[in-house]
Design a protein around this ligand. Structure first.
Ligand code: S3P
Length: 171
């Protein structure tokens, strides 16, 4: 089996729901980098962005990723911007099987529009911001071992696709 399965992808694509179910099914531990960052800093992601700024958040994120990737038998849900750093992507590749979840911009917007905990989307036009970030990050998200568009799919369907793929990769 793979040492770890690393879930990448934009905000609102379903990394937490898919990762939680996948971890249950495989008997792996589910970990979420944002949760670890908040515990480490004793601050919410919103406060880290507001008080320390995004560049500092990215440094903390890379440190947390470096630590968590030392472990194994984990399903690791990564923050949507973690892929923008080359070092993070290299580390993901070395530490396990990388699955990128995606969704259409409109689907992401519908999923996140009532939420307030993602500082990058607290703008007057979140859909435009989603499109802008998706475009900037597309070349990073595409560097995964497996990519799945979750638009219109249930969590169980996405989990099934991942399990089938890792079964074939392993056999
Ligand atoms: C971010 C995604 C968030 C969180 C932070 C920045 C991003 O994680 O790390 O708000 O840059 O896309 P989720 O993808 O888990 O929402």
């Amino acid at each position: 089996m793979f040492k770890n399965i690393i879930l990448t992808g934009f905000m609102g694509v379903g990394k937490t729901s898919v990762g939680t179910k996948l971890a249950q099914d495989l008997g792996y531990t589910f970990v979420d980098t944002d949760t670890l960052i908040e515990a480490d800093q004793k601050m919410t992601i919103t406060d880290i962005f507001a008080k320390l700024g995004e560049p500092r958040f990215r440094d903390i994120e890379s440190t947390v990723i470096g630590k968590i990737l030392q472990g194994e038998r984990q399903i690791i849900s990564t923050g949507g911007g973690a892929v923008i750093r080359d070092a993070n992507r290299d580390a993901f590749r070395k530490a396990g099987f990388v699955v990128c979840l995606s969704a259409r911009a409109e689907v992401i917007f519908e999923r996140v529009k009532q939420e307030t905990h993602r500082p990058l989307l607290q703008t007057p036009d979140p859909l435009a911001k989603i499109n802008e970030l998706l475009e900037n990050r597309a070349r990073f998200y595409s560097q995964a071992d497996l990519s799945i568009d979750t638009s219109g799919k249930t969590v169980d369907e996405v989990v099934h696709i991942i399990k089938e793929r890792i079964r074939h990769a392993y056999c």
